[in-house]
Design a protein around this ligand. Structure first.
Ligand code: FRU
Length: 440
């Protein structure tokens, strides 16, 4: 177990069987909880149950007993969790509350999707279902994926909920049990798994981010009653495999940490199916109407990386490929790359090409185009695992998550120039450790 050929080595995957969205992300008593959409019975989607894993460093995970099983209201779809610090619910001070969708039933008598509550009085180890479920009755279509956040100035809970098409809504509650709908929100071309959270911008002003399942977002102001978007819809996730991201609630030191499902990867003949992204820290660059949400791997990755000896600068003129003098298959690498306007540089990652096309100003990987920003120097960071590549440009202003299966390869990282000349500077290559050693 955890030793399989396509097992991600420093990304979370379920011990066995299918998983999709991260759910109920909460930090409490020194532990990061990661619940997840899970099929306990097969490597394909179905029988939705909340799986559960915990970590004390966001890097090493231990899978626990499943947390929520299907019941008379339906299977357990996505949702979130909070700490009820002030006992607003009457379920006890410091009780953990989980909000999830019960996915109803098609069989007689048919039941719609509703939003339900579960709670834990032992810091997330075990969960009890609230006996007056559902707490939010059916609103529209397959309404789902409640994400709840505390709005301190008004002492209210706010729930972001997906309705249908590209429509979402916000609901409000003082006791986490009775909810009133306060606003409808449209996030064009996005759907499912909303997130709604505050971040300070570079002027130190609190802004609220409304986020959709595909990784598009609006930035605006929120007074506890009305979210007023102050940006166009922007895209944070430019890859083909990042989906249903969620941020941890109650994270220490005001950190905003997010993890996503790396949806759509293939893991042939494996006892598990799918993987999560590496956790990233979010920040808001810019101010006064022009903001960019940045994603950057959490600093805790440093506990599992070790620098390798590689040249800090390299120049290419296209005459021959340059295999980096490294071996292995797990890397955290960073470099600045520059090329003439027509330059096209290919980095073969374990046989699979990632192309920096300076003419079209895009980075290509597996049929996805990621926009290059900045003028001359492009700063690049890549997290490379057995079956995933996460790309971060310009300190995380642009990011993209990809799954892949390696081709036959001799050298794991090979640079080549298809046209023009190019330079790499500030090259840093770190070997990454396997995180599963202790649980294998
Ligand atoms: C997103 C999603 C959610 C739903 C869950 C079911 O991937 O479709 O909208 O709650 O997965 O597994």
């Amino acid at each position: 177990m955890y030793d399989e050929v396509h097992r991600p080595r420093f990304h979370f995957s379920a011990r066995q069987n299918w998983h999709n969205d991260p759910n109920g992300l909460i930090y409490h008593s020194g532990r990061w909880h990661l619940f997840f959409q899970h099929n306990p019975e097969a490597t394909v989607w179905g029988n939705m149950t909340w799986g559960h894993a915990v970590s004390d460093d966001l890097v090493h995970w231990v899978q626990m007993e499943h947390a929520l099983y299907p019941d008379e209201h339906g299977t357990m779809f996505s949702g979130s969790a909070v700490v009820d610090r002030f006992d607003t619910s009457g379920l006890g001070e410091d009780t953990l509350l989980a909000f999830y969708t019960a996915a109803g039933s098609h069989v007689e008598p048919p039941k719609p999707y509703t939003q339900c509550l579960a709670y834990s009085i032992d810091s997330g180890d075990t969960w009890l279902k609230f006996d007056e479920n559902p707490i939010v009755s059916w609103i529209d279509a397959h309404n789902r994926d409640p994400k709840v956040v505390w709005h301190a100035p008004t002492r209210c809970w706010i729930m972001a909920l997906y309705l249908t098409d590209d429509r979402f809504c916000l609901l409000r509650s003082t006791d986490a049990k009775q909810w009133e709908r306060i606003q409808n929100i449209t996030l064009e071309h996005d759907s499912e798994c909303p997130d709604f959270f505050p971040l300070l911008d570079e002027a130190g002003i609190e802004r609220w981010v409304f986020w959709g399942g595909s990784g598009t977002y609006l930035i605006g102001d929120f007074d506890g009653a009305l979210f007023s978007p102050r940006s166009e819809v922007q895209t944070c996730e430019h890859g083909s495999n990042g989906y249903a991201a969620q941020t941890w609630s109650n994270a220490p030191s005001g950190r905003c940490i997010q993890i996503s499902w790396m949806s759509g990867g293939r893991y042939p003949e494996m006892p598990f199916n799918q993987q999560m992204s590496f956790p990233v820290e979010l920040s808001l660059r810019g101010n006064n109407g022009i903001w960019t949400l940045c994603r950057w791997p959490v600093k805790e990755i440093e506990s599992i990386t070790e620098p390798l000896d590689v040249p800090v600068s390299v120049g290419f003129d296209g005459s021959k490929p340059w295999p980096m003098p490294v071996s292995g298959d797990l890397f955290d690498i960073a470099f600045d790359i520059s090329a003439d306007d027509g330059g096209e540089v290919v980095l073969k990652i374990r046989g699979i090409p990632l192309t920096f096309d300076f003419e079209r100003r895009v980075v290509n990987f597996r049929d996805s185009e990621v926009p290059m920003i900045g003028k001359d120097h492009l700063s690049v960071r890549l997290l490379i695992d057995r079956t995933s590549v996460e790309l971060f440009l310009d300190g995380g202003r642009v990011s993209a998550s990809f799954c892949y299966l390696p081709d036959a390869y001799v050298a794991p990282l090979v640079f080549n120039v298809r046209s023009g000349t190019a330079n790499l500077d500030r090259v840093r290559v770190e070997r990454v450790d396997d995180i599963w050693g202790s649980v294998r």
